[in-house]
Design a protein around this ligand. Structure first.
Ligand SMILES: C[S@@+](CC[C@H](N)C(=O)[O-])C[C@H]1O[C@@H](n2cnc3c(N)ncnc32)[C@H](O)[C@@H]1O
Length: 225
C-alpha cells in the first residue's frame, strides 16, 4: 500500500453502534475492527474500558504520514460529497460541512490515540484475506465500509476468502454496508453467502438504524452454524 493511494476517512463509535446495532453487552465483548483505518471506534472504546483491536494495512504508516494524507485528500472528498449529495440521506448530518466536521473530529480522536495504541498492540498492520490472529481470538469482528462497498475493486474470490478469514478469527462477524459504491446491492453478496453456507457458516441479513449512503440499510451477520 502506498500513501498516495490511501484515502483516509473515519467514523465514530456512535456511528459504529448504529451501523452494527451494537448493544451495551456487545460492547463488552473482545472485538476486532477490521479495516478501521482512522475511525475513532478503537480510541473511544478504549477510553470506555472496551477491548478492541483494529487491523488495517494503513497502520504501516506513522501518525504524521496519516495526518498529512488526511489534510491532502480532505478538500477532494468534501468536493465529491457535495457533488454526489443526492446519493446520501441527510437525516443525521445537516449537510456536507457537518458530515466533514464530524469525520474530522473522529479522525483527530484516532490520531491522538494512534501511537499509544500501536505500542499497546491495538492497531495492527495487516489486511484481509490473511489476519495474524489465532482461531476465534475475538468474540465479534466488525467490518465497516470495506467488504461489499469496494465490489468493483475487490473480486469475489477475495471477498469469500476475507469473510471466511473473519469467521476464523471471530465467533460472530458483522459487515456493513451491503451495497457497493454505486449504491446498489453488491454482486458478491449472494455468492459469498452461498459459498460460506456450504462451509457451515450461517448468515443473516439484518436492518440497522444507520442511514447515510442511500440503499445502505442492512448489515450481514455471520457465525458458525
Ligand atoms: C472507507 S475506509 C473505512 C474506515 C472505517 N472502517 C470506517 O468505517 O470509518 C476503508 C478502510 O479499509 C482499509 N483496507 C483496505 N484494504 C484492506 C484490506 N485488505 N484489509 C482490511 N482493510 C483494508 C483501508 O485502509 C481503509 O482504512
Amino acid at each position: 500500500m502506498e500513501l498516495k493511494n490511501v484515502v483516509p476517512w473515519g467514523r465514530s463509535l456512535a456511528e459504529y453502534r448504529s451501523m452494527f446495532s451494537l448493544t451495551d453487552s456487545d460492547l463488552k465483548k473482545k472485538i476486532l475492527g477490521c479495516g478501521d483505518g482512522p475511525a475513532s471506534f478503537n480510541a473511544e472504546m478504549t477510553a470506555a474500558a472496551g477491548q478492541v483491536v483494529s487491523v488495517d494495512p494503513v497502520y504501516a504508516f506513522s501518525g504524521f504520514q496519516i495526518r498529512s494524507r488526511i489534510a491532502e485528500v480532505y478538500p477532494t472528498i468534501m468536493e465529491q460529497l457535495a457533488r454526489h449529495r443526492d446519493d446520501y440521506v441527510w437525516d443525521h448530518f445537516s449537510g456536507v460541512e457537518h458530515a466533514g466536521r464530524t469525520r474530522m473530529q473522529a479522525m483527530e480522536r484516532f490520531l491522538e490515540d494512534y501511537e499509544a495504541g500501536r505500542q499497546q498492540g491495538r492497531y495492527v498492520e495487516a489486511g484481509l484475506p490473511a489476519l495474524p490472529f489465532e482461531n476465534q481470538a475475538f468474540e465479534l469482528a466488525l467490518c465497516s465500509h470495506f467488504l461489499f462497498l469496494y465490489s468493483a475493486q475487490v473480486n469475489l474470490e477475495t471477498h469469500v476468502a476475507s469473510v471466511r478469514e473473519l469467521c476464523r478469527v471471530a465467533r460472530e462477524v458483522r459487515i456493513y454496508p451491503l451495497v457497493s459504491l454505486e449504491g446498489t446491492e453488491s454482486p458478491h453478496l449472494g455468492p459469498v453467502v452461498e459459498r460460506l453456507n456450504a462451509e457451515g457458516i450461517a448468515a443473516r441479513r439484518e436492518a440497522v438504524h444507520y442511514r447515510f449512503q442511500k440503499g445502505a440499510t442492512d448489515m450481514l451477520v455471520l457465525y458458525k452454524a
